[in-house]
Design a protein around this ligand. Sequence first.
Ligand SMILES: [Zn+2]
Length: 313
Amino acid sequence: MVTRAGFTLSLDCEGLWGMADQPKVVNAGLICDASLAQAYGLISRLLDVNEIKATCAFVSAFAAGPEALLAHIPLLRELAFQSPAWFAQVLPAIEGGRTDGWFGVTFYAALRAAGHEMAWHGATHLSLADHTSADAVALELQLAARLFEALGHSPQTIVFPRNLVGHLDQLQRAGFQTYRAGPPAGFTGRLSGLINEWNVLDGRVQAKPYMQHGWHISPAGFFLNWPSGARSLVPIAVTVSRWKSLLRAAVEQGGYVHMWFHPHNLITAPAMQGAFEQIMKEVGHLVRSGDMVSLTMSEANAHFAHSNERGVN
Ligand SMILES: [Zn+2]
């Protein structure tokens, strides 16, 4: 029996936290409360209309809001002391009351109320890769635990900041169970990613969620093309065709399609909104016809457990 095809959308929800080390982006004002509200509003509506449940991985500080964060400012200062470059823009902005673009309390609340899986994307988006010290990761976990307590929620799924996987034992001890694997690294990985954007016959849907060292791991997934720079050469129609090909292949083969992007990508490259809308509509059709199941990251492993038993790992 062929397993029913599965679709996962994971969103890296971070506002300006993901670009905290880029003063130009932080000061440009393009990513602000108003533009974020428009992007998150569009995403919420399209998921709702098409009956799709997403995994929304929030930076804890972005989800918690300024008052909650200021209540733990000594922890933030300690983190900044350890990683001054990452926090060079953060501390002056937060302590100076310049909150525009840094907080997504209402987006977090709306997505949570709609029943999406709320996951973790770091406390401050500091990298959790192995080049970050275990002490700094411990501080991130401490800050996250306090902010989650205020939110009344403890996520068990991680989308690693910058897609850099690390400190797995420490994070497992803190209660996390599921993560999204990083994409192929380096120039070759980026180049093949770009070339694949043109592949309208893309049918690579065999990679399934799997278990390793007690973790539920979701394959790296496909980035919804962000039509900016070299990627702006890829027409929206090509992007939509490529995703339809992936979805079709998944239905035919009982495969898995995992899409990811950052909601703020819809602000910096608005053409992406149309592509997202058309692809979600297609997923919605397949979900309603029973050809495909919408799965959060934490649900995907159980759905594909049967194929895992056949030795996919
Ligand atoms: Zn991020």
